[in-house]
Design a protein around this ligand. Structure first.
Ligand code: DGY
Length: 323
């Protein structure tokens, strides 16, 4: 059995595959594979471990319908046509839970960085502009005791809420399709409607997956309902916000600031105006980029591949309906 891996991944994952007797082929070039290249490589393999932005769409799946399993090195599976994979009976694995702390840390960091203009002030030092002290300029806002709104209160959202409620005594409100009684108990969270979330949040943090329902949901209309003192934080997927509308909302003071670990498109272009706004902090999609999280993700992805190639149920499966 042979698995194709679209990046060099932490060796702890490769070891699991090799110990299970699986031959490993890794794409080592520092560029994304084209879809046709990926299809060609997969023709020689029985499984795919997909890292990065590969489109596992209708075309790819039908060209690669012999694959016994596809494991993602991510919790998000928005690039996969899950319905088609299910129709073709290809199990799709992902890596939930193990990156929740790392990603929530980045959401918390971005919230604070935006609130105190931290990245912008750092840039001023680099530009030789740490000069005359003026006590009335470049002032931030304080987050302590404010209201945190979470859109999509799952595992990562709960970790963000715990940090904000614990360290900053923030009141937590959330908007989900279903109630999250565990979170309601743990951080005293209150479920509200989408409009209430927009209107009441001082910090609004996105922790939902990218779906047809969430795509572009943070647009001009949504930003116009938010407080002019609010901070928008997105560590989920860039396409959940409309970047033009967000830029406009920040420029004209509709909202106060933003912290983004995800952008649309990715990578963000170096000339993007958001990068020069004082109240904006942008990171290059590093939510899960800790040694601990990435090792754990590699282990789960490898275990998903091993299970799939052995004809067993994947430990972390996206298309549950297959079993
Ligand atoms: C995920 O796991 O979905 C993170 O965004 C990394 O891609």
């Amino acid at each position: 059995m042979k698995v194709y891996i679209t990046r060099i991944i932490p060796s702890i994952g490769v070891d699991i595959l090799k110990e299970a007797g699986i031959e490993v082929v890794e794409w080592a070039e520092k560029r994304d594979l084209t879809q046709e290249e990926l299809i060609a490589h997969c023709k020689e393999c029985d499984a795919l471990l997909s890292v990065g932005s590969n489109k596992i769409d209708h075309h790819f799946l039908n060209e690669s319908s012999h694959l016994k399993v596809i494991a993602l090195l991510s919790v998000g599976y928005d690039r996969v046509d899950v319905a088609e994979a299910t129709r073709l009976r290809i199990p799709i694995g992902n890596t939930p839970d193990v990156l929740s702390n790392a990603t929530a840390d980045i959401a918390f960091l971005l919230m604070l960085a935006a609130s105190r203009k931290a990245f912008y002030m750092h840039k001023k030092i680099l530009n030789g502009e740490w000069g005359f002290h003026d006590p009335t300029v470049d002032l931030g806002i304080e987050i302590y005791g404010k209201t945190l709104g979470i859109w999509g209160l799952g595992k990562i959202g709960l970790e963000m809420a715990k940090r904000c409620a614990g360290a900053y005594k923030m009141k937590v409100i959330y908007c989900n399709r279903h109630n999250n009684p565990h979170a309601e108990k743990e951080v005293n969270a209150t479920k509200v409607s989408f409009d209430e979330l927009l209107e009441q949040s001082d910090v609004l943090s996105i922790h939902t997956g990218l779906t047809d329902e969430t795509r572009g949901r943070f647009n001009k209309d949504a930003f116009s309902k938010m407080k002019s003192s609010s901070i928008f934080v997105n560590t989920a997927r860039g396409a959940i916000h409309n970047e033009e509308d967000l830029t406009e909302a920040l420029k004209n003071g509709t909202i106060w600031g933003a912290g983004l670990d995800v952008t649309d498109p990715e990578p963000m272009h170096a000339t993007n105006p958001l990068l020069n706004m004082p109240n904006v902090a942008v990171l290059p999609h590093i939510g899960s980029a800790t040694k601990k999280a990435r090792d754990a993700m590699a282990v789960i992805a490898a275990e998903n591949i091993v299970a799939g190639l052995q004809g067993k149920q994947l430990p972390h499966i996206v298309n549950h309906e297959l079993y």
